[in-house]
Design a protein. Structure first.
Length: 677
């Protein structure tokens, strides 16, 4: 008699799971094996499309309040408003986005920048298009979250719950409503798709496995090109392998070598880029290894708490203030809480592979962002949870789906609770969108949440200073200027060695003619920290105003040597060159300023003035055309262009410009107006 063959308890290619996939050879003790028809169901079937359509509508209604929002001065400046890379509409400009030296604000994420490049080419600096696209991308990423959970668990209800929570949770606002936060959405979209294709790779027949394997690598590469924090994917895929009952053998590591190679490459690029802008610092606050462990565990616990009760959200969570150069003792409780929770999960839930996958998905995707290694000046950020929360939403969705399928009253009760919570979250998200309306609302909210934050006062002061510079009448200039000075001063009061507001105080003093006070501010900043290009620039302007040209020249050159991308630096240096009679050099330097920031109108105005002196009226008019296009609400470019037209004998054009300038409130010299008739 033939010997009976035993079923292999492990299968490295076929799907198996203790929670939702029957292991070949034995019935699942927790869930019946899906039928052949169920296995063949596509995640793009009618039921799935209806669910996704419903969640998409809910997401759109939740976020439509963000469509009226403006740009903020919280990184939107560097990513869009003043970034010259996205403003080159040529194919060469598109290619340049992928060069390593084209990293933006300490990050290399060319695919994210491509989206801004496309939007700028289509609508310029109209904020609505940027917000609209971010919402659309979030809806798409929500769909990928649904597909991932549905593919993993084969549960439609679990996927729907997880996707709904993902779509409307208030902790998503920073990634979606903040224009500069889009990189989280884009990397997350490709990240979740890569997780899905890896599951399909594991479960596929031999003929299709290569296709899914290649798709996973390509999607991973796309994710990294959107944001390098996706480097955790190979580890997450190993967790999925274990969930699918693949033996932890060398073959699993070998097949992921291309992925680990990409992770290493982009990890090195990220470290290099962050160091390049000093982003690895924490506002000159230093912590020991033990203190960083405590802070990381504090952040982890706070993220879990805010997933359930998302209150007190802000765009900036500052590091705690050290007392007698020591972290408050309460923070050392958090490592104990985290350690205890992980021990309990391992002790009582280590046989539940879905539980381990969900928890570790959450932790691993946060690990690089828990400030064990300092990145930026905040101890935590809402946007960091964009993808990590998928692991927790997955567990919530699956747990409720299991209870509902088993027809247990608790399942129905929890489903009602989650739906109610989702409704509350959607309302909170819609309201939170309003906090991101503009820089004033954003930083006013941040100060309300943390009245002692020097960062909040500084950025609020910076916004008012920007409005002060753009004001067209003395009443507004005084109102905005006074507000800027108040907030800069409050920032310095809370952190006396914070050089940024000190330099801005110098800028304000210089702009209002208080030259000695401006000089004092710049020198104070440089005494705190040398190598501040903005302080050197301000000092150069002060020396120029005082007629100390021999002192001004080396200071200007020092400022420009410290910072390669410095459009305002080149613009001010060009002014200096014009003052000392080097007009040709000034024109070249203005060109440099314009190439770095084509949306700044002042260099066009100043270069136009030089062309007028050189009687190059056509070139002057061309520059004034740019200035009028950039600032149609300002009368001065119109007046200057009118003078250029008059110099050429174009009285009709000059008269039209003067008439338009008068509509904008300009006081026209009667002699000029008479000449245009």
């Amino acid at each position: 008699m033939a010997k009976k063959r035993q079923a292999n308890p492990r299968n490295t290619t076929a799907p198996a799971a203790d929670n939702n996939i029957k292991q070949p050879g034995r019935p699942s003790p927790q869930r019946p094996e899906p039928t052949t028809a169920e296995k063949k169901k596509s995640p793009f079937g009618l039921v799935h499309l209806l669910i996704l359509a419903g969640i998409s509508v809910i997401t759109w209604l939740t976020y439509q309040s963000a469509l009226a929002n403006q740009f903020t001065n919280w990184d939107d400046l560097g990513y869009v408003l003043t970034d010259p890379l996205i403003k080159d509409s040529s194919i060469e400009g598109l290619k340049r986005l992928f060069l390593l030296e084209s990293r933006v604000m300490g990050n290399y994420h060319p695919l994210t920048m491509v989206t801004y490049w496309w939007e700028y080419g289509k609508e310029g600096l109209e904020p609505a298009i940027y917000h609209l696209d971010s919402i659309i991308f979030h809806i798409i990423t929500t769909a990928t979250a649904y597909i991932f959970v549905r593919t993993l668990t084969r549960s439609i209800l679990a996927a729907a719950i997880a996707a709904l929570l993902f779509a409307v949770h208030p902790m998503r606002v920073e990634s979606v409503t903040w224009i500069a936060g889009r990189k989280d959405i884009l990397y997350g979209m490709f990240y979740l798709l890569a997780c899905t294709t890896h599951i399909l790779y594991i479960r596929a027949r031999e003929g299709k496995r290569a296709l899914w394997f290649v798709a996973t690598i390509l999607l991973f590469a796309l994710s990294l090109l959107c944001k390098s924090v996706g480097v955790t994917l190979p580890v997450v895929l190993l967790l999925i392998d274990l969930y699918e009952r693949r033996d932890l053998k060398a073959v699993l590591i070998i097949e992921k070598l291309p992925l680990f190679g990409l992770s290493m490459l982009f990890g090195l690029i990220s470290i290099y880029a962050q160091k390049d802008v000093g982003a690895l610092g924490t506002l000159d606050v230093h912590f020991t290894v033990l203190e960083r462990l405590a802070l990381g565990c504090y952040a982890l616990c706070t993220y879990v708490w805010k997933m359930v009760v998302p209150v007190g959200l802000t765009n900036f969570y500052p590091y705690p203030i050290k007392v007698n150069d020591a972290l408050p003792a309460v923070f050392y409780v958090y490592p104990l809480l985290v350690g205890g929770a992980l021990f309990a999960i391992w002790k009582f839930g280590r046989h539940n592979r879905l539980l381990l996958l969900g928890v570790l998905f959450f932790i691993i995707n946060l690990l690089l962002l828990l400030q064990f290694l300092p990145v930026g000046g905040a101890v935590m950020s809402d946007r960091y949870t964009y993808i990590p929360y998928v692991g927790l939403f997955l567990l919530i969705g699956y747990f409720i789906a299991r209870l509902v399928e088993q027809k247990k009253p608790l399942g129905t009760l929890l489903l009602v609770v989650v739906l109610g919570a989702s409704g509350a979250y959607a309302y909170m998200t819609s309201e939170r969108n309003k906090d991101w309306y503009d820089s004033v609302s954003l930083w006013t909210d941040a100060i309300e949440k943390d009245p002692e934050s020097p960062i909040g006062y500084f950025y609020l002061g910076q916004e008012y200073y920007t409005r002060f510079e753009g004001a067209q009448n003395q009443v507004d200039r005084k109102k905005y200027g006074d507000s800027a000075l108040v907030y800069f001063s409050k920032s310095v009061e809370r952190k006396p060695d914070y050089t940024s507001p000190i330099i801005c105080i110098g800028e304000y003093m210089r702009s209002t003619g208080r030259i000695e006070e401006a000089k004092t501010a710049y020198l104070r900043a440089l005494a705190i920290k040398d190598g501040l290009e903005s302080a050197y620039l301000g000092l150069g302007v002060v020396y120029s105003i005082q007629g100390k040209y021999d002192s001004a020249a080396p200071v200007f050159r020092k400022a420009l040597a410290l910072k390669k991308f410095f459009p305002e630096g080149y613009s001010n240096y060009a002014n200096f060159l014009e003052i000392v009679g080097k007009s040709d050099s000034a024109i070249i330097t203005y060109e440099k300023a314009i190439s770095q920031n084509p949306d700044a109108y002042i260099p066009y105005m100043n270069r136009g003035r030089i062309y007028m002196k050189q009687q190059k009226y056509d070139l002057a008019i061309k520059d004034y055309d740019h200035a009028v296009m950039l600032k149609p609400e300002y009368p001065d470019p119109l007046v200057q262009r009118a003078q250029a037209h008059l110099a050429k004998g174009n009285k009709a054009q000059a008269h039209a410009d003067i008439a338009e300038a008068k509509k904008l409130g300009a006081l026209i010299d009667p002699a000029l107006e008479e000449s245009s008739r």
